[in-house]
Design a protein around this ligand. Structure first.
Ligand code: ZN
Ligand code: ZN
Length: 393
């Protein structure tokens, strides 16, 4: 009941890989150096490689001992964020404007560590697919791999995911039974009025009060149209209009995101935003165009697989350190595409306090190397428990 010793022994090696990945961050679909690095490692472990799925994605195939036909998929994400790193330590990003601020360098490293251990020990019967996906940060990389035949070409019965979680103590794992991350959709609202002199608004059609009214009214959707027992968020994050202090602009642009968990609420948010934007624009004599961008679906864990994830996590950390009553996050995750096709479970790996500099997407974030062995051990034990070696290997 602990981290696997021979995985703990390779912590320094994993740390080296993680720091290299951190120094070479690449954002969605640009993961060329990253996928070369991962492919080279997998090849050196003797793992069969399939490249180019979802552009830069990789699937490694490893067969255990025995003739079992059972197969599972373990997924890590590889992409970094298009932001400037403010850390100054030796392994800080070498690429301006790119940063591993979500810990996908750590995710890839933990799956590599598990792959190396499993290739050496092969104490399982069946096939494990190591899925390294591109473009998790808004680029639908998981969906791209599915469209490229991930589940047609590789016949796995379940899929499993993991994210490091600042805000949860090191030494803890969280497993949701059901929804763990929200659906995330995005919208832009283009308002057209008629520009003119700021001193003579009666001769113009001012889109700014119209936009302000839309922003105000959108806030009533969650508070007045949705039961208090359902979670939803609408945030307007862009309000763009005007260029001069004495000019009424001809147009304005609003944008933002809508988050939800159930299909019913997701549809209600979309319908309500359309209805409010259109009717408000009409009241202000403006024209409106709405661009709705359907984003990631909610990430929903499957019940049976979550029970098994809890058992494996308990085996590594002790039952008392596995948290099963967590509220979901309003963030989103494109592992949701895989979980909507195959049963599986996505866990949160405790990464320490989420204080300044340790929060995901913060410009001073760094993956916590002290959890590398825990995450890799979870992967390895999961394989050994899902694909048991009947010979007792
Ligand atoms: Zn992220
Ligand atoms: Zn992430």
């Amino acid at each position: 009941m602990a981290v696997i010793n021979s995985i703990a022994d390779r912590t320094q090696e994993m740390k080296g890989w993680r720091h290299l990945l951190h120094q070479h961050p690449e954002s969605s679909y640009e993961e060329v150096w990253t996928s070369d690095f991962i492919a080279e490692k997998l090849r050196s472990f003797g793992i069969e490689l399939h490249r180019g799925m979802g552009r830069t994605g990789i699937v490694g195939v490893l067969r255990g001992t025995g003739s079992g036909t059972a197969a599972i998929g373990l997924r890590a994400d590889m992409d970094a964020l298009p932001m400037q790193e403010m850390n100054e330590f030796a392994h800080a990003s070498k690429t301006p404007g790119r940063m591993h601020a979500c810990g996908h360098d750590g995710h890839s490293t933990m799956l590599l560590g598990a792959a190396q251990y499993l290739a050496e020990t092969r104490n399982f019967d069946g096939t494990v697919y190591f899925i390294f996906q591109p473009a998790e940060e808004g680029g639908n990389g998981g969906e791209a791999m599915i469209k490229d035949g991930l589940f047609d070409q590789f016949n796995m019965s379940t899929v499993w995911g993991m994210h490091n979680w600042p805000g949860m103590d090191v030494g803890k794992i969280g497993v949701h039974n059901g929804a763990c991350m929200a659906a995330a959709d995005f919208f832009e609202i283009h308002i057209t009025g008629s520009g003119g002199h700021a001193a003579m608004p009666d001769l113009a059609i001012d889109p700014i009060p119209c936009g302000a009214a839309i922003v105000q009214s959108l806030q009533s959707i969650v508070s007045r149209r949705i039961t208090a027992l359902e979670a939803a968020v609408i945030s307007v994050t862009i309000f763009d209009a005007g260029s001069a202090l004495n000019v009424i602009p001809g147009s304005a642009r609003l944008g933002g995101t809508a988050r939800s968990f159930s299909p019913k609420i997701r549809k209600l948010l979309e319908d309500s935003i359309y209805e409010i934007a259109q009717s408000t624009a009409k009241a202000y004599d403006c024209a409106v165009e709405i661009d709705w961008q359907l984003g990631y679906p909610p990430t929903v864990n499957h019940a049976n697989e979550s029970v098994r994830a809890v058992a494996v996590a308990s085996d590594i950390l002790g039952h008392e350190n596995v948290i099963t009553n967590l509220p979901p996050s309003m963030g989103a995750e494109d592992f949701s595409f895989m979980l909507s096709k195959k049963p599986g479970s996505y866990i949160w790996l405790g990464a320490g306090p989420a204080k300044e500099g340790a929060m995901l997407h913060n410009d001073r974030y760094d993956f916590n190397d002290s959890v590398l062995a825990t995450g890799a051990s979870y992967w390895a034990r999961l394989v050994e428990s899902e694909l048991p070696n009947k010979t007792g290997g």
